[in-house]
Design a protein around this ligand. Structure first.
Ligand code: DGJ
Length: 728
């Protein structure tokens, strides 16, 4: 998978369908090619060393060798390249110029863990090959090891960088991106996400233009505003055809994604921790590990790129007991009770849930401290006996006796000023001495860079988890960071706080998920506000949005699927009029939208009519039949709600013997065109039988000619087709 030609000093990283080629020239690491798989990389289009005006050089005899024009693999600052660099270091003398030169490399089977950070992994060394290239600055003693892993079964490359201070003096990393590379042309559109609370992961596609295009977060979380992901796609690339280059960062904090088009029509693409307000002191002998970036090339359009991310993230990023286990259908109490938690009502709701076939009851916010609204008690993780007089152990036992599992909500990273914890430890939150502490949702952020804070957090959460029979945790986080500073760090390390917070959070999650391997953790940040690969490493599912309206969810779930597998995407049926947008949609449509992800309910089951209960019972039976297909099947997007209003997609089992297709017809209009649903991903040579009607069609016909979408009047209609291979 990784070849090295010692004569030309060329590396060829070969994936299943892609090749990535680098070359060392004059000690400098140049980027040669990334794209469709090559049988061999012999250098048919070598780099041209053209002398250009204003281009600085070291060697007058080789004026064409200028860092300002070469396609670089991990660009340095200060020696002639005027584009943005991949890293920057401030040395003891105040200078910020270094030059990383090739020293050595090694290629080995397997993939090392990234200390303290989430990352893709292998279960067996034969699953991947890794190239490590060691670079050194001859003057300062700075070294960097660039790491590239190529997977046998997934067409992706994982890149990260380890910085080392091999000098006798401290130095400060001012910038340390995980990936940077130069494309030789700029004929690309960029694809990024934008959004906010209740409208996460909208897709923004636009042509690259000269200059820089940056998408980032300075919020202390990957955020609902943007996502640590971008793709560069050819202007002609569609869902199913053309080239797409994906960049995804396995990180949950401040990030920066930068695309820069220079005057020679090249593109520099990079991704990593946001350098804004970041620095990291490296004392002699210390090292700094960047997060991992996962690069995916697809020659089969955006769909091909997404399916690679889905396969890799589902199988070799997500971990633990639940990775390959069928996920329970849950009932969450939030929209049914909000803060009005009441033992009797919980038992009634749970009984209804059990009768309908739901498998897990989740008690959301409001069960602890004196949490009657969002103004108090975060940090005080003790049960509120006013609301739950018999306590959690009793409640969970009662719920288990109904045949349900029991889950609980926490927001452990936060503290309310009105809490016992804050009164005892006012310096435990992020703050800058002498400055007011900005509130958001009436709460402050605990300083997870501190070990004492982490220890207390683990102690208090673990205490609750071991004090009752708890099968599931919803781990929420509902504000962003302000006054980022730590009472424990010296002045020169204050700018490390946000990243140290993330390392602290990851350490906590590693501890708790390791200690409670049979608890299913669901990630949440006011919905999908921290839906990123970093969190997926610890928690195999994420509540995708606080917007539970089925029509809003079409775009949210469609956008999310660009990178994240549908089974990682929590999706619930809620009541109508919907609590966020007041829209009234049919229960059938709410059901099919939610079934396209990690399925659950979030409504007051006690208020439903018998007819609605019957329909819900049918939905649950149906989802139980299809969920292996939703969890392990390949996902194909068919109709894009951002462009067409309607939405459609399908799931196909890995052996292509089963498929399910969904069509959502959003608005009725009087003179509409008749719609056709065309499957994707079937075997064209097989025959498939409609499970309901018994009709049999070839896979080719279902994909090319398709099926008529029923022509009904009314808004918010939805349709589903299930097919299985016709045997014999
Ligand atoms: C935000 C979450 O996204 C909601 O689902 C709910 O858990 C609330 N927090 C509770 O405060």
């Amino acid at each position: 998978m990784i070849q090295y030609d010692g004569e030309t000093m060329r590396f060829h990283l070969q994936g299943r369908g892609s090749s990535y080629v680098l070359q060392i020239v004059n000690g400098c690491l140049l980027h040669l090619y990334w794209g469709r798989r090559l049988q061999a990389a012999r250098g048919s289009s070598p780099i041209v060393f053209t002398p250009r005006s204003f281009a600085p050089y070291h060697d007058p005899a080789r004026r064409g060798f200028s860092l300002s024009t070469l396609p670089l693999e991990y660009p340095v600052y200060g020696n002639g390249d005027f584009r943005h660099p991949a890293y920057q270091v401030r040395l003891r003398d105040g200078s910020t110029i270094t030059d990383l030169q090739y020293c050595s490399h090694q290629i080995y089977w397997g993939k090392k863990k990234l200390p303290g950070l989430p990352a893709t992994y292998v279960q067996d060394d034969q699953e991947a090959e890794t190239l490590e290239i060691t670079l050194r600055d001859p003057v300062s003693g700075l070294a960097a090891i660039l790491s590239y892993t190529v997977f046998r079964d997934y067409d992706a490359i994982a890149r990260s960088v380890l910085f080392l201070n091999e000098s006798e003096a401290p130095m400060d990393l001012l910038r340390a991106l995980s990936v940077c590379l130069d494309f030789r042309d700029d004929r690309f559109d960029s694809l990024t996400f934008y959004g906010g609370h209740t409208y996460e992961r909208n897709i923004n596609r636009r042509p690259l233009a000269p200059g820089k295009w940056i998408v980032d977060s300075v919020r202390g979380a990957s955020s609902p505003q943007h996502d640590p992901f971008f793709a560069l796609v050819r202007p002609e690339t569609t869902e199913d055809q053309g080239e797409a280059y994906g960049f995804s960062l396995v990180y949950s904090g401040n990030f920066s994604a930068e695309m820069e088009v220079d005057s020679y029509h090249t593109v520099r693409a990079s991704l990593g921790i946001n350098p804004f307000d970041f620095s990291w002191r490296l004392d002699p002998g210390e090292s700094f590990q960047t997060p991992e970036a996962v690069l995916v090339y697809s020659g089969r359009g955006l769909g091909g790129m997404s399916r690679t991310y889905h396969d890799l993230y589902r199988s070799r990023l997500s971990r633990g007991t639940f990775r390959d286990q069928i996920r329970p259908i849950l009932m969450n109490s939030w929209e049914a009770m909000y803060f009005k938690v009441d033992e009797e009502k919980i038992l009634k709701l749970a009984q209804e849930a059990a009768t309908l076939g739901i498998e897990l009851f989740v008690l959301d916010d409001g069960w602890f401290g004196r949490r009657d609204n969002d103004r108090s008690s975060l940090g005080d993780w003790t049960v509120d006996r006013r609301k739950l007089p018999h306590g959690l152990a009793w409640l969970s036992a009662r719920i288990h006796r109904m045949g349900l599992k029991f889950g609980l909500w926490f927001e452990p990273e936060m503290v309310s000023p009105d809490s016992e914890l804050y009164r005892k430890h006012p310096d435990w939150c992020l703050h800058v001495p002498g400055r007011p502490r900005s509130l958001s949702r009436y709460q402050l952020v605990l300083d997870l860079s501190r070990e004492d804070v982490r220890e207390e957090l683990v102690r208090s959460v673990a205490g609750v988890l071991s004090g009752a029979e708890i099968d599931y945790v919803k781990w929420d986080m509902n504000r962003h960071m302000t006054e980022i500073g730590s009472a424990r760090l010296p002045p020169e390390r204050q700018r490390e706080t946000a990243h140290r917070y993330m390392l602290g959070l990851y350490a906590i999650l590693e501890k708790l998920t390791g200690r409670f391997p049979n608890i299913l953790f669901e990630n949440c940040s006011s919905g999908g506000g921290r839906f990123d690969p970093g969190m997926l490493y610890y928690m195999p599912q994420t509540w995708a949005s606080d917007n539970t309206d089925a029509i809003s969810r079409l775009s949210i779930q469609y956008g999310t699927s660009l990178v994240y597998p549908p089974i990682t995407t929590g999706a619930h049926v809620s009541s109508v009029p919907n609590h966020q947008v007041r829209r009234v949609t049919p229960l059938s449509t709410r059901g099919l939208v939610a079934m396209s992800g990690n399925f659950g309910y979030e409504l007051d089951l006690g208020r439903l009519s018998d007819a609605e209960k019957l329909e819900i019972r049918r939905q649950i039976t149906f989802y139980k039949e299809i969920r292996p297909l939703i969890q392990f099947g390949a996902f194909y997007r068919i109709v894009n709600p951002f462009e067409e209003g309607d939405a459609a997609w399908c799931f196909v089992s890995p052996d292509q013997k089963q498929a399910i297709g969904f069509y959502f017809r959003v608005m009725a209009d009087p003179s509409h065109a008749l719609r056709v649903f065309r499957f994707k991903g079937l075997d064209p040579k097989l025959f498939y039988e409609n499970i309901v009607t018994g009709d049999v069609f070839g896979g080719d016909e279902l994909m090319s000619s398709g099926l008529n979408v029923p022509d009904e009047k009314g808004d918010f209609k939805s349709y589903v087709w299930r097919f299985r291979k016709k045997e014999g």
